[in-house]
Design a protein around this ligand. Structure first.
Ligand code: HEM
Length: 400
């Protein structure tokens, strides 16, 4: 990150790519919630930051006044000519087009479809664990969490697993390279689409039983989907499915490594895992999305200008004491937990069943192999900043 000057005042000059935010954003949000619940910055051509659950939800539901034309804040605003699909449908599509673009994806991510992927996901997690055995200190992010979603999505889409490093590079560029100069950012996007177009052409020439072929054969408004739409949706699935799930797995392992009482409770009561997982998703929600303001307006007293960004920090909404009791505590058997980690409103995560399956299986396999583990060096843990936050370096000491 670090291409921007450091932040002095979070109320008037915030920057979500700042190293302080990456290391620990919770005190920033807490202060803003009481002092300045909707902050503003001139950076990125103007951006707003609501921090309360109520405001994040109101904006997420208000598709009339806030557009999803781009959901990643940068200096660049995508041109209007991509409408109505936008650059990565359905996340970049507004109603009414959004509903049809989203509907196309739903069968692929249904609970039944996801259940079929569980055995191969488990086998892959076990294979990764085998590679870690015999070491006293392992990196739970680099050596484990990051590989799981890449393999799952590559298999679903029908992309070669051997290209895993290529996808991770693309995703990293899109999500973490937001402060790069425009030309460098555009180059990265072009190479992603160049790669995807090659894969799509190969699937047009040689159809097979995978998601790319399924999308190419799908219909939208009575016609075969345009291959360019398919390329943009696949780009979205790579971006939406990899860093997010990697971050959720890593953050959960980080929590369990530093909280022996929760780890021991999960070993004693494994049936609690699905409930505990939701709490870790709430407390360490990885994803902040964004909208663009459609027209100049006054929103809750804020003078918003057309084409300004609005960040939607779902992780801050999840820590709002007005919405959750003891919001800053991780209570692994929290009974009521209507968290916003998967978003709110029409764009709510289409891959949430898949994400939950990957997270549960990853944690089950890890706890089975390494019931006792702790942070090897808390100071060495490194978190990604920007809109998808999770541990990228996570050294843990494991014992059998
Ligand atoms: C723990 C992991 C994940 C988290 C926390 C997460 C979070 C989110 C959030 C917050 C949104 C809302 C975006 C918005 O309002 O603009 C979203 C949308 C989306 N996610 Fe996820 N996601 C995760 C995993 C996945 C996976 C594994 C996939 C599929 C491979 C996926 C596919 C999508 C898609 C397609 C959308 C757009 C839905 C629409 O616009 O209708 N996500 N996700």
């Amino acid at each position: 990150m670090g291409h921007h000057p450091p932040v002095d005042d979070w109320t008037s000059d915030f920057d979500h790519t700042d190293d302080v935010w990456a290391a620990d954003p919770y005190p920033i949000w807490e202060e803003l919630r009481t002092k300045c619940p909707v902050a503003h910055t001139e950076r990125y051509g103007g951006a707003w930051l609501p921090t309360r659950y109520e405001d994040v939800a109101a904006i997420a539901y208000d598709t009339d006044r806030f557009t999803s034309r781009s959901v990643i804040v940068s200096e660049f605003r995508p041109p209007m000519d991509f409408a109505p699909a936008g650059i990565a449908p359905p996340i970049s599509s507004d109603p009414p087009f959004h509903q049809d673009a989203r509907r196309m994806l739903l069968p692929i991510f249904s609970p039944q479809a996801v259940a079929k992927l569980e055995p191969s996901t488990r086998a892959y997690c076990e294979e990764l664990i085998d590679g870690l055995r015999g070491h006293e200190i392992v990196d739970a992010a680099e050596g484990y969490a990051q590989h799981i979603p890449v393999r799952v999505i590559a298999n679903m889409l029908g992309l070669p697993e051997s290209d895993a490093d290529v996808f991770r590079g693309f995703v990293n560029h899109v999500l973490e390279g937001v402060a790069l100069p425009l030309e460098q950012r555009a180059e990265g996007m072009l190479s992603l689409f160049g790669y995807l177009q090659g894969q799509i052409q190969d699937h047009i020439d040689h159809p097979r039983d995978d998601l790319i072929t399924f999308l190419l054969e799908s219909e939208l408004h009575g016609e075969k989907v345009d291959p360019f739409h398919v390329a943009r949706t696949i780009g979205l699935l790579l971006i939406a499915g990899i860093d997010t799930t990697w971050s959720a797995i890593g953050a959960s392992l980080w929590h369990l490594a530093k909280t022996p009482s929760d780890r021991e409770r999960l070993l004693a009561e494994p049936e609690l895992l699905p409930v505990a997982m939701e709490e870790m998703l709430r407390a360490y929600a990885p994803v902040t999305m964004a909208r663009l303001v459609r027209e100049d307006m006054e929103w809750n007293g804020c003078p918003m200008k057309a084409e300004e960004w609005v960040l939607l920090p779902f992780p801050s909404a999840n820590r709002d004491p007005e919405a959750f009791e003891h919001a800053d505590e991780v209570i692994i058997d929290r009974a009521e937990n209507r968290h916003a980690a998967f978003g709110l409103g029409i764009h709510r995560c289409a891959g949430s069943h898949l994400a939950r399956m990957e997270l549960r299986v990853a944690l089950e396999v890890w706890l089975d192999a390494f019931p006792v583990f702790e942070l090897a060096n808390p100071a060495a843990v490194r978190w990604s900043g920007g809109q998808v936050r999770g541990p990228r370096t996570l050294p843990v000491r494991v014992r059998r």
